[in-house]
Design a binder for this molecule. Sequence first.
Ligand code: ZN
Length: 253
Amino acid sequence: MNADLERLIALQQQDLEGKRLRAELVEAPKWVAAAEAALKKAQTALAAAEAALKKEEVLRRSQESDVLDRRGKIARLSKQMETATSAAQISALEHEITFATDAIGKLEDEEIESMERTETQDTARAAAVIAVAETTGKLASERERAAKTTAVDTEAVKVVEGERTRLRAEIAEQWLSVYDRVSKAKGTGVSEGVDHKCSACQMMVRPQRWNDFTDPANETIFTCESCGRLLYWDPRRDAPVDWKPGQVTGRAQ
Ligand SMILES: [Zn+2]
């Protein structure tokens, strides 16, 4: 294989790896931000559950004190009944006692409803406590993961940049400029020819051209007539031997 082409394949690997690393460096802070948002959401839910429970407590205390007031009133009215003389007076007192008794019944029903709401809110609070603990743990682990990834990737980018500089210095300007132009437009500048096709754009390579391209003695660099990428051919792809990606670039490294 043409030595420039081998270096271009290696360069493309470095370029793609650099791109992946840079994308991950952009993503890493987002992992932390997402974990922070999840924790905040859990904390908000916990605060809401606690506020709701407090509200019910206050409500029930007021209901209980209302019930006591009315019981006191009934006691006073009953005492007045003992000394009441006229039928009209007795009827009025009876009416007031019935009214207070009904009010107590209503307050007690409301108290039961409040107890039921409290039960639901207790469950919500318990779930929120668990969610806060879980999201707190997750935030710590995401912070660690992001910091570790950032450190590792930052170092890896330096290695990639070093390799790129080294490889680019060794590639003929003529091919480097083709590679740069095509990879800038299409994401990659080198493509493997597989099964009479450009593996990047899937366009067929004409039979005669394919024969020249795959000639073991060929040292010419072919470009895909459709996408313009620099084509390379690895005979191991068509031979029954184990293939490991990257083997073909062994000589260039
Ligand atoms: Zn192509």
